[in-house]
Design a protein around this ligand. Structure first.
Ligand SMILES: [Zn+2]
Length: 93
């Protein structure tokens, strides 16, 4: 008797990215796990959940990708890899 080989197919999906205001709860420790170039995005964790933060113009933060590590990390990598960094551009005086 032969075992049928189960073929698995990995489907690379681009996570949907919707930003919402980050409202840190009282208590808990916010941990930054990774930071993209120039601090545009940060992979953070708080209370067992992971998410991606980005700064807002008013000094606050927005978040996206909240969930398990694998999901948030995928969102972080997607954003960081698509990031066009103004800091990499030559300074023109
Ligand atoms: Zn950058």
């Amino acid at each position: 008797m032969t075992k049928a080989r189960r073929k698995t197919r990995r489907v690379e999906e681009t996570p949907s990215i919707e930003w919402e205001p980050h409202r840190p709860p009282k208590g808990g420790i916010l941990r930054i796990r990774a930071t993209s170039c120039c601090g545009a995005y940060e992979l953070a964790s708080l209370g067992g959940q992971y998410f991606v933060l980005r700064p807002t113009s008013d000094g606050g933060h927005e978040e996206t990708g909240r969930g398990m590590y694998a999901h948030a990390a995928k969102v972080f990598i997607t954003l960081a890899s698509e990031h066009w960094c103004a800091a990499d551009q030559p300074l023109i005086i």
